[in-house]
Design a binder for this molecule. Structure first.
Ligand SMILES: C[S@@+](CC[C@H](N)C(=O)[O-])C[C@H]1O[C@@H](n2cnc3c(N)ncnc32)[C@H](O)[C@@H]1O
Length: 206
């Protein structure tokens, strides 16, 4: 089964609130985003957004340029439906983040947000492709929030193997051009009651 098929099936098989990564309240992401005092016109990209409640919260905060990516069209259809109406402030981008086509056409970004996506790329070439796109697209003074499974935590997500991260690994991939602003150890309790320790990092490009 291809990655796209895996994710389409994951979203088709379960209601959104039964997905192992479902969050009613997208924290600490929203807290971090609010602390940045971004303009309402900031270009925001949520990579591998799935059916995340983050988008609804960003819309509630008045953001007008929200780019929502996922490899799974099924996931984005669910999210579009959950939002309840056609949202003119959202761009829907079905694309593979490690083999991008439409994502390459994005304007420069004020914020790159990733929760629970990078950790699925266990091959070095996929990690390189991910960080290449990030570095092409995040503008000077722009921000990067990456949340990944922490070292010592779960070894799989959605039945797929993952790579656990610590802050040093992320800083190394981003390089000296990205200044670390904040690190949060956050234990997410999933809808089945299981603990999933994450590391949340916030960087700003120089
Ligand atoms: C564990 S879920 C997290 C979803 C969302 N970020 C959240 O916090 O609820 C991982 C997401 O990454 C997406 N994904 C996996 N591989 C991807 C890829 N190569 N390009 C874009 N999205 C991908 C999946 O479809 C899925 O929605």
């Amino acid at each position: 089964m291809s990655h796209k098929e895996h994710w389409n099936k994951a979203y088709a098989d379960k209601s959104t609130d039964q997905l192992g990564w479902f969050q009613q309240n997208p924290e600490p992401s929203m807290g971090l985003i609010r602390s940045l005092n971004l303009s309402r016109y900031a270009e925001i990209l949520d990579v591998g957004a799935g059916a995340s409640s983050l988008i609804e919260h960003l819309l509630e905060d008045g953001f007008q340029n929200i780019n929502v990516n996922d490899i799974s069209p099924v996931a984005l259809d669910k999210l579009r439906e959950a939002l309840g109406k056609e949202e003119c402030n959202v761009e829907w981008l079905v694309d593979d983040i490690v083999s991008p086509t439409v994502l390459k056409e994005l304007p420069l970004l004020d914020l790159w947000h990733d929760r629970a996506v990078l950790h699925f790329f266990i091959e070095d070439r996929d990690q390189l492709a991910y960080f290449n796109l990030l570095k092409q697209k995040v503008k000077s003074k722009g921000y990067v929030i990456i949340a990944a499974f922490a070292v010592g935590g779960a070894e799989k997500c959605s039945g797929l193997p993952i790579l656990q991260y610590n802050q040093e690994m992320l800083s190394q991939r981003l390089g000296f051009d990205f200044e670390l602003k904040e690190v949060i150890d956050f234990t997410f309790v999933n809808p089945h009651g299981d603990e999933r320790p994450y590391i949340y990092t916030l960087y700003q490009r120089k």
